[in-house]
Design a protein around this ligand. Structure first.
Ligand SMILES: *Cc1c(COP(=O)(O)O)cnc(C)c1O
Ligand code: SF4
Length: 401
């Protein structure tokens, strides 16, 4: 099926929008990922050639340029309807004036990464794994990017990853068994450059597990070539976390790219950010997670939107995230239910946030409720000396202190 974004309805189907706004482009160019990158929409004039911008978007483009660059690949741009500024895909990539607003909670580095960098570009927060920021560039830029302080190269800081120092750190730190490549987006690298990086990491004996956090399969499915997949498959176990927020992002081209990765033996997870006016309702999320399973992607995390500067218009309540999990768990396939997390402001790492299924818990019993609200009891036995603090007491202590 070949449709324009405005005709694509609720996003339940896998559709193609190509060539869309680029009707005079031949398929050989369209399918070339380097052509896609070269022809990204990066200026107000290019945006206005295709879209009718709202006043909020127009001034957003003019004023947000020194915070996070504007860039959208033609592939992804075809998802944007010409006339609807409130469209869930448009809200993710077209700047708005609200980005220049400051809210009292906003931070440049909401997850406290800079203070957990033993080496520039390497974030070591958890005991056995590291986040390796290998580039500051992406195929397109998400307006709510948690790393907008460095990503795209125009913000307030620059990323100066010291690769040699990072490799030496990893060699010396034998407790690190898991390296997560992110940025920016590592799949923006050439196959050669990426392979050098992966083989260098694989030469470190204690690194068991590699993963890449990437939005390239979504923004630039043409990048997922058979050659890339064959190269990646040499470095197993290699896992990938992709980033899809709305079901319409899963086009037929994206589905095929994800299938190529899965066929290369790469287990795929998805990370979504909960965003106001994008995916903050149960039905949209349910459609998304079902489509992800059809692409052989396991929903992994839903993130509460970080307190990133200029993102208050995209943030939702935490209660909304809990409501979404409540609407999924038990109601649909367990594999389709991601973990909702808050990346604790200031650098506490990811904290799971769950609906309250435990109603009571002490040394004798636990009282639980199921997805239908029915109440059940399970005996707490086996360890007379069990030392634990019932969840209720934590709440009480916190509430009344
Ligand atoms: C998210 C993150 C990881 C990976 O966390 P998992 O829960 O293992 O996926 C590692 N390091 C940092 C700094 C992170 O933010
Ligand atoms: S792809 Fe990831 S790193 Fe790049 S702008 Fe989007 S959220 Fe940020």
């Amino acid at each position: 099926m070949n449709t324009f974004a405005s005709e694509s309805g609720d996003g339940k189907d896998f559709v193609s929008h190509a060539p869309g706004y680029w009707s005079d482009t031949v398929p050989e160019l369209w399918n070339d990922w380097k052509w896609q990158l070269k022809n990204r929409v990066t200026t107000l004039a290019q945006l206005e050639k295709h879209l009718e911008l709202s006043a909020e978007e127009r001034s957003g483009v003019l004023l947000s340029g020194d915070k996070l660059a504007l860039a959208v690949t033609p592939h992804f741009f075809n998802l944007l309807p010409a006339n609807n500024p409130d469209d869930p895909i448009r809200r993710q990539v077209v700047p708005r004036i609200e980005e220049t607003w400051t809210s009292p909670y906003d931070m440049a580095d909401p997850c406290g990464e800079d203070s957990h960098m033993p080496v520039p570009g390497l974030v070591h927060r958890y005991p056995d794994r590291v986040l390796f920021l290998v580039t500051d560039r992406c195929a397109s830029y998400c307006r709510y990017c948690t790393r907008s302080r460095v990503v795209s190269g125009v913000g307030e800081q620059e990323l100066h990853t010291n690769f040699e120092a990072a490799f030496r750190y990893l060699e010396a730190h034998t407790e690190v068994r898991d390296v997560l490549l992110s940025g920016g987006d590592a799949l923006i690298f050439s196959d050669d450059r990426l392979e050098k990086l992966l083989s260098r990491l694989r030469a470190i004996r204690h690194i068991e597990f590699l993963r890449i956090g990437t939005r390239v399969p979504i923004f630039l499915p043409q990048r997922i070539t058979p050659e890339l997949c064959a190269m990646l498959a040499k470095y197993h176990p290699l896992w990938m976390s992709v980033h899809v927020n709305h079901p319409r992002e899963l086009t037929i081209e994206v589905k095929h790219a994800l299938e190529r990765l899965a066929n290369a033996g790469i287990p795929l997870g998805n990370q979504s950010v909960l965003l106001a006016g994008v995916n903050d309702d149960v039905e949209t999320m349910k459609t998304l997670v079902h489509k992800l399973l059809m692409c052989r992607v396991r929903p992994y995390y839903i993130y509460q939107c970080d307190l990133i500067n200029g993102s208050s218009h995209l943030r939702t309540s935490v209660a909304k995230g809990i409501e979404i999990i409540e609407g999924l768990r038990g109601h649909t396939t367990g594999y389709a239910v991601p973990q909702f997390v808050i990346d604790a402001p200031g650098g506490g790492g990811k904290v799971p946030i769950n609906p309250g299924y435990i109603l009571y818990h002490d040394n004798e019993k636990i009282v639980i409720r199921n997805y239908e609200g029915k109440i059940f009891e399970y005996p707490e036995t086996g360890n007379e000396n069990l030392q634990f603090a019932p969840q209720r007491e934590y709440h009480d202590e916190y509430l009344y202190s």
